[in-house]
Every structure is written in structure tokens, then in C-alpha cells.
Ligand binder design. Structure first.
Ligand SMILES: *Cc1c(COP(=O)(O)O)cnc(C)c1O
Length: 521
């Protein structure tokens, strides 16, 4: 049986370390899908076009001399191939998706219908303003709701993701310091931060100073104060933080940061936990990105699309980027150029156009269909669900910062696996055999062997109870010494443990019989 670099099997163990014992290699109606090149033949074609009439090439001798190298397939063959591949995807539409830090919540289909209305779906960013007044009105309404929910002064809708929003907010903070003639070199980032926070600060040329967590997993105000100086441009802090905990000293932190002449960037990716309960503007935040694709239900995962609007305090708003929507007498217009921004001094432009229109429509549909009371309840239910998991699992799994009430996600560590021969990764892989997508593992780094579970508000109590029962059974099996159930997992997936790092670092993008043989390894 082949092993990966961790010494774990790469082929399903339950089936003798290779193909299942069926003649075809299929598992019931789960087809062992071959590549197009293995199904089709270069000699064949699925289309039957008439010979083109005699014509003169205008490509100046640049036309391809040989065939395309693509295998010919019939229409049904092509369709089945892609439909079967799509069915191998696990998605929020197929089951529970407890990835902590990702907020994989249900996306109501209503949002999709709205986003596809031709008046929204077919607008073009270069259309004249007078022909897109409805789209601008939606952007204006979305801005209003975002400001209402956050208690902030203004918003930039153009950032395309959370990390893009971080860059936007921190660039505005940098511009604010520049306007005062201050050159500050450093940004403070708590050690529990999402990796995008230090990356953003570094991309803007700042040095990053890490602030240690206290024993209870929240930011140490004393350590933060000790790191403050005239060199500090700002702090980037996530609230609720990536351990799923609300930072209780956030107001004190904001005041200390402002007293030092610095600004407070809040990573708002976890806004789903506090919508309708707390407003960042009241906590002293200067900039915060909002992941529309987490908090307001729009579909994500698999690389997009995202949308990361940034809200600003009065102090930073003048430096927010173009473009933005402006009320203009009767109608709405877009301020596209820095010179047209009046007294404001935008730091520049971050996106070619105006943001992710489809995501704005989905978000607005989510907001309007929930109403303010519904959005508040969604947050409360997300927090309740996470605490239900915590309370039902605390006697069999361990938490790194003790048993305290959490927000929308609950963090476990691997202390309960000590001396079991089972790692966090093994534990997660065993969940796959039980029909569950694993939780986020090994993040945040402040917990040893972290397992971060975010149930969101979408799940029923029955679904949570089943998940709890599975986790309890697995924890019991690990403690009882059944390490084999874990180290050989997943047994029932079409593939077991791939070398994911190598696949990402050395992707093979061209098919040849040799790469095929290697990929099969
Ligand atoms: C998801 C997330 C981000 C990054 O958002 P993207 O849209 O993936 O760029 C940043 N910080 C936290 C805490 C997050 O959960």
C-alpha cells in the first residue's frame, strides 16, 4: 500500500489498499471517474460540422498545424463526466459543513433568484450612470444597512474579499498617517490573528509585532500597552477573535490605541456572531471589513466569489478609496476619480470597477428577508448552537482556554488525544468516514492541535445531536486505544490521504501518461 509523507495510507485501507474488490473499480453508483483523456480518443470527435467553405486564412501563418490534443467525446459522455465530477464535491447544499472561521451557512435560494434578475445580472460596469440607477440605489441601500448595523460613518463597497478589505482599510489608515506627516513603522497583531492580518500589514511595508494571548485566549491589554509607541500605526484585532471568544477589553484597547495616535483596524469576518447585538462603531473601531460571503449568506468556498466592504470611522473616512456612490440631487452617481471627491483625500483605487454586484444583491435579499430582528436572531442562534456543542462535548474533548462561554465557534485542542496515537488530522479524517466534513484543524495556531467548529445558525438540533454523537463516539474510540480506526481513515472515501502540500506547490497541469502514473500514486 502506498503511504504519504506522514506515513498514512494514500489508498483506502478497507479495500485492500487499492481499488475496491469490484470488477469495475466503482463503489456501487459512485463511479471511479476516469480522465477525459482516458475515456475519449484523439481520433474521434463528438461533433459533425460540415467542411468549411474554401477560405483564405488571415492568421498570417500562425494557425495551428496539428490537432487540439483534446480527446473526442459524445455529448452524453461529456455531460456525464462533468456531472459526476460535480457530484464528488462536498458542499453546504449536501451536508453539515462545520469549518470554523469560515461561516459556512445556508444560502437561501431567494438570494440566487434575485441576483439573476436581468436588471442586476446583466448590468455592465461601463454602462452610463443614468441607465443603472437601480443598481446604484441597491448599493446605496446596502451601504445604509451596513452603516446602521456597524454604527460607522462611511463604507467602501469595492473590495472583493475579506483580505482585500483588510488591505483597503489599512491603506486608508496609512493615508491618514501620511496626511498628518507621520511615518509610523509598526502594526500590532495578536498572535491568535487570522494569517491575512499580518500579511496585510507586511504588504503595506509595516513591521508586525505580535501580541501574546492571555491564559483565557483573549488579548492581553498589558502586553498591548507595552508594545504601543509613536512607531505604531495601528492594531489589527479580530472580534470575536479566532478562538471564538469576545474580546472583553476591546473598548480599553481602542482607547489606548487612540491615545497613542494609532488607529484600530477590526477584522470583522466574525461579524455573524454579533449582528444586531454590538456595533463596532460603539467599540471604538476605525475600520472594519465585513465578509458579505460569510455573515450575509452569499455562497463561497472553492475560491469565490467574495465581497469585503470596509466601514470607516469619521477619522478615516476621508481616505477611503474611489469609487463610491454619492447622492446627487434626484439621482445617484459614482465618484470615480480622486479629484472629484471634494474635501476627501482617497488613497486611490483598489478595484477596476465597483465591487461584486451579484454579492450585493444576495446580501440585500438576505437582509430584507430577515429584517433587523431576523438578523439578530441568526447571530443569537449561531452562538447558541456553538455553545450547545461545547456543553455537550466538554466531558470528552478538551478546550485550550478552559470551559468558557464562546461566541459563534467553539475551539478544542488535542489534549484529549494525548497518548492515544491519534492526531488532530487523524481525528478529522475519521469524521469523513462518518459522513461529516471535518472542522477546521490546526488553526488558530495558539491552540495545540486545534479543532475549530462553527455550526452556524443553519443546522437543526437533530443535525447537531448527530454530529455530537459521532464526535463522542470517536473521542471514546481514541481513548479506548482504537488508533487504527483513525490512522487508516478515511477508509470509505474514493481517495485517502493525498499529499496536499505537494499538490499545491507542484501542481501538474498538463496530462501525459507519465504524470498520470505519478498522480495515481
Ligand atoms: C475569512 C477570514 C478572513 C479573510 O477573508 P477572505 O474573504 O477569505 O479573504 C480574514 N479574517 C478572518 C478572521 C476570517 O475568518
Amino acid at each position: 500500500m502506498s503511504m504519504n509523507r506522514e506515513g498514512r495510507p494514500t489508498a483506502p485501507a478497507a479495500t485492500g489498499g487499492g481499488k475496491p474488490p469490484t470488477f469495475t473499480g466503482n463503489r456501487a453508483l459512485q463511479i471511479e471517474e476516469p480522465l477525459l483523456f482516458e475515456t475519449g480518443s484523439l481520433e474521434k470527435t463528438g461533433v459533425d460540422l460540415p467542411e468549411p467553405a474554401k477560405h483564405e486564412s488571415r492568421l498570417g501563418g500562425l494557425e495551428r498545424q496539428g490537432g487540439t490534443g483534446l480527446a473526442g467525446l459524445t455529448e452524453p459522455q461529456t455531460m456525464r463526466h462533468y456531472v459526476r465530477l460535480s457530484q464528488k464535491n462536498y458542499a453546504i447544499d449536501t451536508g453539515f459543513y462545520p469549518l470554523g472561521s469560515c461561516t459556512m451557512k445556508h444560502n437561501p435560494r431567494l438570494n440566487e433568484v434575485m441576483a439573476r434578475l436581468p436588471g442586476f445580472g446583466d448590468v455592465h460596469p461601463l454602462q452610463p450612470e443614468r441607465t443603472v440607477q437601480g443598481a446604484l440605489a441597491l448599493m446605496d441601500m446596502l451601504s445604509h444597512w451596513l452603516l446602521e448595523l456597524t454604527g460607522m460613518a462611511g463604507v467602501a463597497l469595492s473590495p472583493k474579499a475579506g483580505a482585500h478589505g483588510e488591505l483597503c482599510g489599512m491603506a486608508a489608515i496609512k493615508a491618514a498617517h501620511d496626511a498628518k506627516g507621520e511615518k509610523r513603522s509598526t502594526v500590532l497583531v495578536p498572535e491568535s490573528a487570522h494569517g491575512t492580518n499580518p500579511a496585510t500589514a507586511a504588504l503595506l511595508g509595516y513591521k508586525v509585532t505580535s501580541i501574546p494571548a492571555r491564559d483565557n485566549g483573549t488579548v492581553s491589554v498589558d502586553a498591548m500597552r507595552a508594545a504601543l509607541s509613536g512607531e505604531v500605526a495601528g492594531i489589527m484585532l479580530t472580534n470575536p477573535n479566532t478562538c471564538g471568544l469576545f474580546e472583553p477589553d476591546i473598548v480599553e484597547i481602542a482607547e489606548a490605541v487612540h491615545d497613542a495616535g494609532a488607529y484600530f483596524y477590526c477584522d470583522g469576518a466574525n461579524f455573524n456572531a454579533i449582528v444586531g447585538r454590538a456595533r463596532p462603531g460603539d467599540l471604538g473601531v476605525d475600520c472594519m471589513h465585513i465578509n458579505l460571503h460569510k455573515t450575509f449568506s452569499t455562497p463561497h468556498g472553492g475560491g469565490g466569489p467574495g465581497s469585503g466592504p470596509v466601514v470607516f470611522s469619521e477619522a478615516i473616512l476621508p481616505y477611503a478609496p474611489v469609487p463610491f456612490v454619492k447622492r446627487n440631487g434626484e439621482g445617484l452617481s459614482l465618484v470615480e476619480h480622486e479629484g472629484d471627491a471634494g474635501d476627501a483625500k482617497p488613497f486611490g483605487r483598489q478595484s477596476a470597477f465597483h465591487g461584486q454586484m451579484g454579492m450585493f444583491v444576495r446580501t440585500m435579499a438576505y437582509m430584507l428577508s430577515h429584517g433587523s430582528d431576523g438578523m439578530r436572531q441568526a447571530s443569537e442562534d449561531a452562538v447558541l448552537n456553538a455553545n450547545y456543542l461545547r456543553a455537550r462535548l466538554r466531558d470528552v474533548m478538551t478546550q485550550p482556554f478552559g470551559d468558557q462561554i464562546c461566541m459563534h465557534e467553539v475551539l478544542f485542542d488535542d489534549t484529549f488525544l494525548t497518548d492515544s496515537g491519534v492526531t488532530t488530522l487523524d481525528f478529522a479524517k475519521a469524521l469523513i468516514d462518518e459522513g461529516f466534513h471535518p472542522m477546521t484543524v490546526y488553526f488558530p495556531l495558539v491552540a495545540h492541535g486545534a479543532m475549530l467548529v462553527e455550526p452556524t445558525e443553519s443546522e437543526t438540533k437533530e443535525a447537531l445531536d448527530q454530529f455530537i454523537a459521532v464526535l463522542r463516539d470517536l473521542a471514546k474510540a481514541a481513548k479506548a486505544g482504537d488508533a487504527e480506526r483513525f490512522t487508516g481513515a478515511p477508509r470509505y472515501a474514493p481517495r485517502a490521504r493525498l499529499d496536499e502540500t505537494r499538490a499545491a506547490r507542484e501542481p501538474r497541469l498538463r496530462w501525459t501518461p507519465e504524470t498520470q502514473a505519478e498522480a495515481a500514486e
